[in-house]
Design a protein around this ligand. Structure first.
Ligand SMILES: Cc1ncc(COP(=O)(O)O)c(C=O)c1O
Length: 447
């Protein structure tokens, strides 16, 4: 007797047959089919409800279906869906101003729009090279910057491995601080800062600082474990950049749009870069949009010289309208105040888990940007599954335990991200924390 497949099963089979999914071997894929989102939840085709505890890929900062953003998209769709990039456009102009108002630059600045974070990092590098007339770019290990040519080469982790040899020359990696797992053999944050800065200066000396156009960093490392640099490090990098005429570029693709408490991590951390790259939260990920922000003193270079970058969709009206809707929503909904509360709930809840479970080495974060790092042993800090090892191993069960309890998050090797939408309520977060508790318990029991 032939069994009829449910609608979800039909779509699963269709997806497996016709679609390739990012970054993974396709054979073992077995995922629900997501068909609807509302608030902090999304639903699969069988009607199962999932709390989105990671804001998708740290991107749906306003949760799903925020009416302010949806309306902005609908209105724009009914008015103008495309305009050529060589003509000015109302929403592009308005979003440019709105974005620059979120930056720390008193001198002002200008925005160049792309459709995502990777493309924006590629363009930031080309813009920095044009302005400085220098070629080399320094980026850190344990960073992720996207999967286009230059962004992939900027990336300091395993997602680059499948794309080597490098297609983008002139990129040099260095080690940045990682207090929990110091590459500089220290246990003291001040020493970590001092040694990391010395290492950076030494790297520059051997690369010739006069050839270096920019240092490009995530101001807080994102998908590689929410690593918050120790006090003084980013200030030191800023000082070194200024000293050598090197541009400091912050990749704020994950850290932007109130994820760390303020509009950008540059504000949260009090360090001012020369350029900033954004994407994801700018539209709460409802429509693809990214871009590069350039402080005015540098942007003026292109008043005479041609900008060396461009895209058919640069500053697309639908994307810009969505960006304007999202920025209005962040501000009208008091997201900055809510993230301050959310940070307190997350810190208390996740630190309790850290104290309770032997395999949870460290829960760390800021704002609504948190990660759990799992270990075999809290004293040795040996990762629960090897970084750059053969796969997720036991961590796969962690995410399956969450899924069983109607909670979604994602992670990498021995890291699980906890980055809820910035408007998550106390009750919703408690539901997420209960599921995390159960998943940690399952991992502890299996080790
Ligand atoms: C810090 C950072 N930069 C760049 C990117 C790439 O952005 P996109 O996937 O939009 O190309 C990501 C994506 O996760 C990111 O986390």
């Amino acid at each position: 007797m032939t069994q009829t497949l449910s609608r979800q099963e039909q779509h699963q089979a269709q997806h497996k047959k016709y679609v390739l999914s990012s970054w993974v071997a396709q054979g073992a894929l077995n995922a629900p089919v997501v068909t609807r989102g509302e608030g902090r939840f999304f639903f699969d085709e069988d009607g199962n409800k999932y709390l989105d505890l990671s804001s998708g890929l740290v991107s749906t900062n306003l949760g799903h279906g925020h009416p302010r953003v949806v309306k902005a998209i609908q209105d724009q769709a009914a008015t103008l869906c495309y305009s050529p990039t060589g003509y000015f456009q109302d929403k592009r102009a308005e979003l440019g101003e709105a974005m620059i108002k979120l930056t720390p630059w008193s001198e002002g600045g200008r925005a160049f729009f792309t459709t995502g974070g990777a493309e924006a990092n590629d363009d930031a590098v080309r813009i920095a090279r044009a302005i400085t007339g220098r070629f080399k770019i320094l980026a850190s290990y344990r960073s992720y910057h996207g999967s286009t040519g230059t962004a992939m080469q900027l990336t300091g982790e395993d997602r680059r491995f499948g794309n080597e040899p490098a297609l983008a020359p002139g990129i040099v990696h260095f080690f940045a601080p990682y207090p929990y797992r110091s590459p500089f053999y220290t246990q003291d944050p001040h020493e970590e800062t001092a040694r990391a800065l010395e290492h950076l200066e030494r790297t520059l000396m051997h690369e010739n600082p006069r050839n270096v156009a920019a240092i490009l960093l995530e101001p807080i490392v994102g998908s590689n474990g929410v690593i918050i640099y120790p006090e003084g490090y980013l200030e030191g990098v800023r000082r070194i950049c200024t000293q050598h005429g090197i541009l400091l570029i912050f990749d704020e693709v994950m850290t932007g749009f109130w994820r760390t408490g303020k509009s950008f991590a540059a504000h949260t951390l009090g360090v001012t870069p020369d350029m900033m790259v954004f994407a994801k939260g700018v539209t709460s990920a409802y429509i693809p949009l990214g871009g590069v922000l350039i402080r005015e003193g540098l942007a003026q270079y292109f008043d005479i010289k041609a900008l060396p970058v461009g895209h058919t969709y640069a500053g697309h009206p639908l994307c810009c309208a969505a960006g304007l809707g999202a920025i209005a929503a962040y501000q009208e909904d008091g997201i900055e105040q809510h993230v301050a509360q959310l940070e307190g709930w997350l810190r208390t809840g996740l630190k309790e888990l850290e104290n309770r479970y032997k395999t949870l080495g460290e829960a760390r974060g800021i704002g609504a940007f948190w990660a759990l790092e799992f270990v075999k042993d809290k004293d040795t800090r040996e990762p629960l599954v090897a970084w750059h090892g053969d796969g997720p191993g036991i961590m796969k069960n962690f995410f399956l335990e969450l899924r069983k309890r109607g909670v979604f998050s994602f992670g990498k090797f021995n890291i699980a991200m906890v980055t809820p939408p910035l408007n998550t309520t106390r009750d919703e977060l408690d539901h997420g924390l209960e599921a995390l508790d159960a998943a940690c318990k399952a991992i502890d029991a299996a080790v």
